[in-house]
Write a protein that binds this ligand. Structure first.
Ligand SMILES: [Zn+2]
Length: 158
């Protein structure tokens, strides 16, 4: 592995503060890693939504991680454009969300919002409805399944 790949894989393995089951690479928060000729490391991160309270924690974790890799000179930049989208989530992230009982964001939702159901993570039923638009985090809604009665969080598309 070259230096950039090593930094990417180390920093990418940092857990998301709000959903520790997922890494910042799983979520697509870690965008770019660069090293210039003098050995200065720049890391770009994009929060899942602007004003995300976990962002300072993520920035500090990334800085510490890069320093631990032997690069003392590091700048972590927050990049807000283009805005983060749930389409950047890895397939591994969607699988992990389901394992934790969270319905993953629907893919292609922006193209056909009314035709894609949120599946119940317990029984796969499409008969689910939203109980509350905001759950334990701003990213999540609370839904209920009409088939099995399960109440579950849904990671909203945006
Ligand atoms: Zn169900």
């Amino acid at each position: 592995m070259n230096a950039i790949d090593e930094i990417r894989s180390a920093a990418g393995a940092i857990p998301d503060p709000e959903m520790p089951a997922l890494t910042i690479a799983d979520l697509g928060i870690l965008r770019d890693v660069r090293i210039d000729a003098s050995g200065h490391v720049d890391v770009d991160i994009t929060p899942t939504y602007s004003g995300c309270p976990a962002l300072d924690t993520i920035r500090e974790d990334v800085e510490r991680c890069v320093r631990d890799q032997g690069y003392a000179d590091v700048t972590v930049r927050t990049v807000l454009s283009p805005a983060w989208t749930t389409e950047w989530m890895s397939e591994a992230a969607r699988v992990k969300l389901r394992e934790y009982g969270i319905a993953p964001p629907r893919q292609g939702f922006d193209l056909k919002p009314l035709t894609i159901a949120v599946l119940c993570p317990r029984c796969d039923s499409t008969r689910t409805h939203e109980l509350a638009h905001f759950g334990s985090t701003q990213c999540q809604a609370v839904r209920q399944c009409a088939a099995c009665g399960e109440t579950f969080p849904h990671f909203k598309e945006h």
